[in-house]
Design a protein around this ligand. Structure first.
Ligand code: ADP
Ligand code: MG
Length: 337
């Protein structure tokens, strides 16, 4: 459905008098999103996940690379065709508070995109109302209860469901869910994750799920593919469950190590891989993770690793010294919970 090749995006550096140079947020990323199912991006804050999501939805420009929607490059389309194409790729952002207009009821929030759709399809007013109810039901809300409410009268989880419902009004092909649960109460997160999982498994919508949380990645995208992003580059990719079970790149291994487990539940023989430093900006002529990596050698600091296949064709990585290492999360004490 969406094919991205060698995407590059550079921002001018921000901030005061030190404002010099530029930030290369995305450094030649290639991936594809199939017509249905989930694709997950995982990586720490600042690695470029949001930028990629925004580029896909047309909210951000890009410097170079190619994005094909159903085999067609956006650059080859007329402005109207481009707009119609991009409407089918809907972004769900982290903050459902910011996404909804506080002075509009849920009914009003849904009517705006539906009115546009109704005009295009020459539909009646009752169609708009029926469709509002339909999308709310689709996301697990009771239309009678939520339609007259303002955003502040809803819980965070309900609000995020309304945001998803609004995205569904245009019958999207792809939902880009960018950290869609990270601002929602823990107790309500699972419901939203389940909703996203259901949309991609049962309703045939492709979901690009962007997260820094391995557990959430597993929940939504267990049967899809997983891309691990580090400083604007994909460092490892594969089938989600396979990759989480047997990562070979030290960065992926350290990401998995960061998930805590209860002391006493650790599995013997597994080790933790914690990066050496908090953050070091990598070098484009070397492995960008080299300075933080516990397994780096001279070659990692002098030669850029290429994309290499590990075992099966779909499992790829960029590491000079890949190795399966059994990873265990950091044990935490019961009392601390
Ligand atoms: N509008 C912008 N202007 C300048 N720099 C930006 C902008 N958006 C993102 N960046 C920079 O690009 C990098 C990637 O950011 P982002 O895509 O938000 O990462 P993530 O979503 O993985 O946390 C960061 O270094 C960030 O500071
Ligand atoms: Mg982000």
């Amino acid at each position: 459905m969406i094919e991205v090749k060698n995407l590059v995006k550079t921002f001018p550096a921000q901030g005061g008098f030190l404002k010099q140079g530029e930030v290369q947020a995305v450094k030649g990323v290639s991936f594809s999103i199939p017509a249905s199912g989930a694709v997950t991006f995982i990586g720490e804050s600042g690695c470029g996940k949001t930028t990629i999501g925004r580029i896909l939805t047309g909210l951000e420009s890009y410097d170079s690379g190619e994005i094909l929607y159903n085999g067609m490059s956006l650059a080859d389309l007329s402005p109207t065709e481009r707009r119609d194409r991009l409407r089918k790729v809907q972004l769900i952002q982290q903050d459902p508070y910011a996404a909804l207009n506080p002075s509009r009821t849920v009914a009003q929030s849904l009517t705006a995109p539906l009115a546009w759709e109704a005009k295009r399809q020459r539909r009646s007013k009752t169609w708009i109302e029926d469709r509002s109810r339909e999308v709310l039901t689709q996301v697990g809300l009771n239309p009678d209860v939520v339609l007259p409410k303002y955003p502040h009268m809803l819980s965070g989880g309900q609000r995020q469901r309304v945001v998803v419902a609004r995205a569904l009004t245009v019958n999207p092909d792809v939902l880009v869910a960018d950290e869609a649960v990270s601002m929602i109460d823990v107790s309500l997160r699972l419901g939203i994750l389940h909703l996203l999982h259901r949309l991609c498994t049962e309703e045939g919508i492709a979901v690009l799920f962007i997260t820094h949380d391995v557990a959430a990645a597993r929940y939504v995208g267990s049967d899809g593919s997983l891309y691990v992003i580090y400083q604007g580059e994909i460092v490892e990719q594969g089938r989600t469950e396979e990759l989480i079970q047997s990562p070979v790149h030290p960065y992926t291994q350290s990401l998995l190590s960061a998930v805590p487990v209860l002391r006493g539940l650790e599995r013997p023989g597994e080790d933790r891989y914690i990066p050496r430093a908090e953050f070091t900006s990598g070098d484009s002529t070397a492995c960008r993770f080299a300075l933080r990596c516990r397994f780096s050698q001279e070659r990692c600091r002098t030669e850029k690793p290429l994309v290499t296949t590990w075992g099966k064709d779909h499992h790829r990585h960029t590491c000079h010294f890949p190795a399966p290492r059994r990873v265990v999360a950091e044990p935490i004490e019961n009392e601390r919970l």
